[in-house]
Design a protein around this ligand. Structure first.
Ligand SMILES: [Zn+2]
Length: 99
């Protein structure tokens, strides 16, 4: 296990275009250990950053659910889908029994 200061130092040296090999020699570590630390730091950074789906969900959670003024269903966007479909006169397609 390694401390955050070492990880920061590795990332700083990588920013200066040092190779894993030279960083490993400088810090007295194996090249594989340097690569593992960089990979785990990148993974941790990736996990903290919300993806597009998470961002959309967080946006929805920010809107408090309310009641539809027409039917009373709990909704997050007005008008609710059921009332919207009733409003535009959409009907369920009936099965064609002749075929
Ligand atoms: Zn409704």
């Amino acid at each position: 296990m390694c401390d955050q200061a070492t990880i920061d130092q590795i990332q700083d040296l990588l920013g200066k275009n040092w190779t894993y090999r030279t960083i490993a020699v400088r810090l007295g570590m194996s090249r594989e250990a340097v690569a593992d630390l960089v990979a785990s730091a990148n993974e941790a950074k990736r996990r903290k950053k919300p993806g597009p789906v998470t961002k959309r969900l967080l946006k929805f959670q920010a809107i408090p659910p309310t009641r539809c003024p027409r039917c009373g269903a709990m909704i997050v966007a007005s008008p609710c889908v059921a009332c919207y479909l009733r409003l535009i006169g959409a009907t369920r397609p009936s099965p064609n029994l002749d075929e």
